[in-house]
Ligand binder design. Structure first.
Ligand code: LLP
Length: 420
C-alpha cells in the first residue's frame, strides 16, 4: 500500500485538517472518538455535478441509501431533489422518515419479502426493480390480493464483467445472484403484460461498485437497449432506464470515474430510446464527504512491525478488512516535519483482520494523536456493528461553520436494548 494522500474534500489549513471551516481536532475534542464527520457542502456539490452532467436525460438521482442512511443526510439529499434507491423495508422506512417523495423511490434487492413488497405498495413507490421470475410472481400475487397495480422494471444481468477493486462488488456478470439473465428478460415482460396487477414501466441494470471506467457501463447499456428495442415492438410501454450506481471515486490514489465522460455516452443513447434516466449513486455522493476520526491509543513495536493501535477499527469501518479497501490516513493536527514510518494501523477488536491500513507510510504517530481516515462517508457507519461490544460512534454533519450531531454515540444501554 502506498503513502497517505490528502483528499481534496478535507484541506489542511495552517497545519490542521478542516471540515468546512471547522478543524477536525475541535470536533474530536467536542464529541469524542471514534467519530464520523460529514461535509454537507461537498455532498451538495456532488449532487449538482450529477444533475448537470446528466441534465439532457431528465435524470432522477435516486441516492443509494445503503451507502449512508443517516436520517439528516437523507433529509438534506431530499432537499436538493434526490430520490432513493432502497434495498429493504428498513431503508424504505428511513427514506420515508426523511420525507423522500415515494414517487422517487426504486426498490432493488434479490430477496424482497411479502411484507416488504406490501409496505412498498402501501407507500406507493415509483417502481420495484425485479431480480427474478419468482419475485415478479410474488409481487403480482401481493398486488392483486390488494387490488393494486405494481409498477416495475426488470433488473437485467447483462453479463458484463466490470473491473472493481474486489470481486464482492462486481454484480453484472452471470455468476452473481443479481438480476435476470438478459436473454430471459423479454419473456418475463411478456408474461407480465397480461397481468392487471403488474405495470412494466422500466428497465434496470447495476453492474457493480467503485467502477472507474465508462466502458462497462456503455457495454451494459447497449445490451439493455437491445432488449428495450424489442420490447417497444411488442408494445411494452417503458418510461425509465435505470443505469444503477457504482460510480467510482478516488480513495486518495488511483483515478475516479469521469462522470461527464460517462454522461456523454449514456445521455444520447437514453434520450434516443425515449426514456428518462434513473441513476443510483451512493458512494459517489457521500464517500469523499466523510472522514473517520480515531485516536491513537498505543504505539506498539512487536518484532518487525510497528502497530498503531487506534480506538476505531473493523467494527466502525470494515472496508479495509472486508474488501482490502484503501483509505488515506493522516494526522488531523500538525505534522511538524515528522518523518514518515511504515506502520499497521489496527483497531481494538480481537481479530487479526481488524485493521485500517497495513504497511502504510505515515508521519510517525504519537500516542493520543488524532488520525483522519479519509473517504469514509460511504459504507462506513452503514456497515458498522456492535461486534466485541463496541458502541457505534456518533455522526456529525458540518455545513461551513455550522456543526450538528446527526446521530448520538451509542451507550452501553443501547447494547442490550431489546434483549431479555
Ligand atoms: N444500486 C444498486 C442496485 C446497488 O446494489 C448499489 C450498491 C448501488 C446502487 C450503489 O453503489 P455505489 O454507487 O455506492 O457504488 N460495501 C461495498 C459496496 C457495496 C455496494 C453494494 N451495492 C464497499 O464498501 O465498497
Amino acid at each position: 500500500m502506498g503513502p497517505s494522500v490528502l483528499t481534496r474534500s478535507f484541506p489542511r489549513v495552517d497545519g490542521r485538517v478542516l471540515c468546512g471551516e471547522v478543524p477536525l481536532e475541535d470536533l474530536a475534542d467536542q464529541f469524542g472518538t471514534p467519530l464520523f464527520v460529514y461535509d454537507l457542502a461537498w455532498i451538495r456539490g456532488r449532487v449538482a455535478a450529477f444533475d448537470d452532467a446528466f441534465a439532457g436525460a431528465d435524470p432522477l438521482v435516486a441516492y443509494s441509501v445503503k451507502a449512508n442512511g443517516n436520517l439528516t443526510l437523507l433529509r438534506e439529499l431530499e432537499a436538493v431533489g434526490c430520490g432513493a434507491d432502497i434495498t429493504s423495508g428498513g431503508e424504505l422506512f428511513r427514506a420515508r422518515s426523511a420525507e423522500i417523495d415515494p414517487s422517487k423511490i426504486v426498490f432493488a434487492g434479490v430477496g424482497k419479502s411479502e411484507d416488504e413488497i406490501a409496505y412498498a405498495l402501501d407507500e406507493r413507490i415509483y417502481a420495484f426493480n425485479v431480480e427474478s421470475r419468482s419475485e415478479l410472481e410474488r409481487i403480482e400475487r401481493v398486488a392483486s390480493e390488494r387490488g393494486e397495480t405494481a409498477r416495475f422494471g426488470i433488473r437485467v444481468n447483462p453479463n458484463v464483467l466490470a473491473t472493481t477493486p474486489h470481486k464482492y462488488t462486481a454484480t453484472g456478470h452471470s455468476d452473481t445472484k443479481f438480476g435476470v439473465p438478459w436473454e430471459e428478460t423479454r419473456a418475463l415482460y411478456r408474461w407480465a403484460l397480461d397481468r392487471p396487477a403488474l405495470s412494466p414501466i422500466g428497465i434496470d441494470v447495476h453492474i457493480g461498485s467503485q467502477i472507474v471506467d465508462p466502458d462497462p457501463y456503455v457495454r451494459a447499456l447497449d445490451r439493455v437497449l437491445t432488449v428495450v428495442a424489442d420490447l417497444r415492438t411488442e408494445g411494452v410501454p417503458l418510461e425509465y432506464l435505470d443505469i444503477g450506481g457504482g460510480f467510482g471515486i478516488s480513495y486518495g490514489h488511483g483515478p475516479a470515474l469521469d462522470i461527464v465522460a460517462l454522461a456523454s455516452e449514456i445521455v444520447p443513447r437514453v434520450v434516443d430510446a425515449g426514456l428518462r434516466l434513473v441513476l443510483e449513486p451512493g458512494r459517489s455522493l457521500v464517500g469523499e464527504a466523510g472522514v473517520f476520526l480515531t485516536r491513537v491509543q498505543y504505539v506498539k513495536v512487536g518484532g518487525p512491525k510497528t502497530f498503531v493501535i487506534v480506538d476505531g477499527g473493523m467494527s466502525e469501518l470494515i472496508r479495509p478488512s472486508h474488501y482490502g479497501g484503501y483509505h488515506a490516513i493522516e494526522p488531523a493536527g500538525p505534522i511538524d516535519g515528522r518523518q514518515a514510518i511504515v506502520v499497521d494501523v489496527v483497531g481494538p477488536v480481537c481479530e487479526t483482520g481488524d485493521f485500517l491500513a497495513l504497511d502504510r507510510s505515515i508521519p510517525e504517530p504519537r500516542e493520543g494523536e488524532l488520525l483522519a481516515v479519509h473517504t469514509s462517508g460511504a459504507y462506513g457507519f452503514s456497515m458498522a456493528s456492535n461486534y466485541n461490544g463496541r458502541l457505534r460512534p456518533a455522526e456529525v454533519l458540518v455545513d461551513g461553520a455550522d456543526v450538528r450531531v446527526v446521530r448520538r454515540r451509542e451507550t452501553y444501554q443501547d447494547l442490550i436494548r431489546g434483549e431479555v
